[in-house]
Design a protein around this ligand. Structure first.
Ligand SMILES: NC(=O)c1ccc[n+]([C@@H]2O[C@H](COP(=O)([O-])OP(=O)(O)OC[C@H]3O[C@@H](n4cnc5c(N)ncnc54)[C@H](O)[C@@H]3O)[C@@H](O)[C@H]2O)c1
Length: 317
């Protein structure tokens, strides 16, 4: 690409390709942060879905200090992806997680991208090297993986490889920071990136403990929310265990618990999501949900996340 852009200052318009769960949330965040939003979804009604989504999160974005007020941001819906990207300096692609579909979309938009536009994919686990196939200029596409819901959770996992334009990651990092995100940058390609691998490791054992009749779904969830989950929002596992070692820090912790972890790691389960296991998880989550419906649960999650964000200073108090 060789744009020469060293900063994100030229970005005014962001194209959102795919207005599903993740695309709508990104669109709301970028709109709240003052960018013009160009929308395209291959299914009818993408603009209406975005407006409905905005109405449901506008107050949260104001509370987070990202939107100045709840008025609908500047957005426009287009009839094709090519039209949506033609006036956008940044593209956030959030169509379903299928390599062929993403590659087909990219080949349709590449000829219409402005000279220095960056294309970021929300892909949860596809490889950048595969996503770069078919590009005339693979230097402009990067992984920028959010954690659901992107309009609240700060994390964005960035990855670019040796084919990536040297300026692109820096510009993207600055752009996301302007949108109040916190980025990490992967040093090499790995399936599932970082946060999903961590989530997969934890969920695997949580499923095993339920499937093996050690605890109920409700209790394994409480074991996280009332225990380590609360600490993890404040400090990462290494920093916490550094404290767990007392004055001797992480070194002392490792020496004290080396044998215990070795035993525990050897004993961790390897469940599969077979039908019996899914049925058991479903029955357990049903008990935990009680009478709350999807919207009530989402509202409860978001209110607590906003309070948490304020407490740990990821937003202005
Ligand atoms: N769901 C999550 O928790 C989550 C979290 C982080 C990242 N992601 C990633 O975000 C991406 C989107 O996931 P989602 O959960 O929002 O999916 P989704 O199914 O909710 O939304 C996808 C949208 O893309 C549209 N679409 C399909 N093909 C299209 C095309 N060719 N052009 C334009 N629009 C098209 C669909 O109509 C739909 O509205 C995936 O890559 C996924 O891995 C998902």
């Amino acid at each position: 690409m060789g744009s020469g852009y060293q900063s994100s200052g030229h970005i005014r318009t962001v194209a959102i390709l795919g207005t599903g769960l993740i695309g709508c949330s990104w669109g709301a965040l970028f709109g709240a942060a003052g960018f013009k939003i160009n929308l395209f979804d291959s299914k009818e009604g993408g603009g209406r879905r975005f407006e409905e989504f905005w109405a449901s999160v506008a107050d949260t974005l104001v509370e987070l200090g990202i939107a100045a007020d709840a008025s609908v941001p500047d957005w426009q819906e287009f009839d094709s992806a090519a039209q949506a990207v033609a006036s956008a300096e940044f593209v956030q692609e959030s169509i379903p997680e299928r390599l062929e579909a993403k590659q087909a979309l990219y080949s349709g938009i590449e000829p219409h991208l402005p000279k220095s536009a960056i294309v970021a994919t929300s892909s949860s686990g596809l490889r950048l090297s595969d996503l770069q196939e078919g590009w005339r200029d693979p230097g402009r596409i990067i992984i920028a993986h959010p954690f659901n819901p992107p309009h609240i959770i700060p994390l964005v996992e960035l990855y670019g490889n040796e084919r990536t334009d040297p300026d692109v990651l820096g510009v993207a990092r600055e752009f996301y920071t302007r949108c109040r995100k916190q980025t990490i940058t992967l040093k090499r390609e790995v399936i599932g990136h970082v946060a999903n691998r961590l989530q997969a490791a934890l969920w695997r054992e949580a499923i095993h403990l339920v499937a093996d009749n050690v605890v109920s779904v409700r209790d394994v969830d409480t074991a996280i929310t009332a225990g380590p989950g609360m600490r993890w929002a404040v400090m990462g596992p290494h920093m916490l265990l550094n404290l767990g070692g007392g004055a001797g820090g992480l070194q002392a912790y490792c020496e004290q618990f080396r044998d215990s972890y070795s035993l525990w790691w050897d004993d961790l389960g390897k469940p599969q999501l077979d039908n019996d296991t899914i049925a058991k998880l479903k029955a357990g989550i049903g008990e935990e949900i009680g009478s709350r419906d999807y919207n009530a649960l989402r509202a409860e999650r978001d209110a607590k996340l906003v309070a948490l964000a304020r407490a740990i200073n990821t937003i202005d108090s």
